[in-house]
Design a protein around this ligand. Structure first.
Ligand code: GN1
Ligand code: MG
Length: 357
């Protein structure tokens, strides 16, 4: 067992696990929290996660997750339809160590996690899964939720941060990003549209997931049906369009989010259609205005994510983990390429939404 594994094992032992730990290994592809799988001699498996220090209110964060997962569990047909928090021996939802704050979940057995949809049916299923999540939480007491990352999808505020980072240019990288910043700023006014509509009450604030990448849903291995929505740190009041949009941003792309050959990066209309069909079938209660802005949601979330990657590049890669030079810049470029492609396919995307509305 390595030193790190030893430490993680000790941390795991401060939770109510069954048995003793025999294995603890890095798990998943998240860019913000650090995730491990823990296997015990009892045969039970768990997920251990170091909560990113960017989450300042850990008690509030865990309270959100515990209440949302309980809410879903009470309405689920299969207990695997939600993650379940394992409490620490002191009864809290997390433990604080010199290496940061950690939490544990039961491992959801018999599932698949995809980085890319293998078929359009898989992506349609993910649309149903995220749509169902939104629908199930439609009467959750929204006022009890803590804002875990303030202004998370406040696109104008993300732009203001980009302007500041560009001006401060602490890493002397502004000279590399002229094309990208021009691209983003040309679209700044439009990028703020949904936020303004939310502020003016033209779009309803709902309990949303806010990080609906395909790899944040688990599929039942046996049936390939969407089973469980994971990564609940960002469950907060938001717009349905954030969830629709972020899912399209990530899952309808024909390439990885850090692909350097931009000719390979496009938004696939067949996948867009599949997701739209699944999503709208699972949450039929969206208002006409929400439906009319789904395509705008996809573009806005993609632009915003590009702006966030670009900002992090300028600030020296402090938020998103990187594993090579210019990694965040490459990521920003893929997002902007997707935006460009969506602009070309705009009318077709609108007709697809209309077809399923
Ligand atoms: C982060 O860690 P991960 O990959 O689940 C980020 C998302 C971004 C995504 C981009 C809390 O999610 O908002 O869209 O990276 N999550 C947070 O890959 O900032
Ligand atoms: Mg994740």
């Amino acid at each position: 067992m390595t030193a790190n594994e030893q430490t993680l094992t000790e941390i795991a032992l401060s939770f109510n696990i069954e048995g003793t730990v025999c294995k603890c290994l890095p798990f998943g592809k998240g860019l913000v929290n650090r995730t491990y799988s823990v296997t015990c001699d009892s045969g039970k498996r768990y997920i251990l996660q170091r909560i990113s220090p960017f989450f300042k209110d850990v008690p509030g964060l865990m309270e959100n997750i515990i209440s949302v997962t309980k809410w879903i569990a009470e309405r689920a047909e299969d207990p695997r339809e939600t993650m379940a928090v394992l409490l620490a021996k002191d009864g809290k939802g997390w433990v604080t160590t010199k290496d940061g704050n950690f939490r544990m979940y039961e491992f959801v057995e018999g599932t698949l996690c995809m980085q890319r949809a293998e078929t359009a049916d898989d992506f349609e299923e993910s649309g149903k899964g995220f749509g169902r999540f939104l629908e199930r939480l439609s009467d959750f007491p929204i006022e009890t939720l803590h804002e875990t990352l303030p202004n998370f999808h406040d696109t104008p505020s993300r732009y203001r941060t980009l302007h500041d980072s560009l001006e401060n240019d602490v890493c002397d990288r502004a000279k590399y990003v002229r094309r990208e910043t021009d691209f983003a700023f040309e679209r700044e006014e439009e990028a703020g549209l949904l936020h303004r509509m939310r502020v003016y009450g033209e779009l309803p604030t709902r309990v949303t997931h806010n990080d609906t990448k395909l790899n944040n849903i688990l599929f039942d291995k046996a049936t390939r049906k969407a089973l469980c929505v994971i990564d609940l740190d960002t469950v907060m009041p938001g717009l349905s369009l954030y969830d629709f949009g972020d899912a399209i941003r990530f899952g309808a792309s024909t390439a990885d989010g850090d692909e350097t050959d931009l000719s390979l990066v496009n938004s696939d209309l067949r996948l867009f259609e599949a997701f739209t069909r699944g999503f709208l079938s699972a949450c039929p209660g969206l208002t006409a205005k929400e439906k009319a802005h789904l395509v705008q949601g996809a573009k806005t979330m993609t632009l915003e994510c590009g702006v966030r990657f670009l900002t992090d590049f300028l600030e020296g890669d402090r938020y998103f983990s990187v594993s090579r030079e210019n990694h965040n810049l490459d990521r920003a470029r893929t997002q902007f390429k997707l935006v460009e492609d969506m602009e070309k396919k705009w009318d077709e995307m609108l007709s697809i939404v209309e077809k399923y509305s």
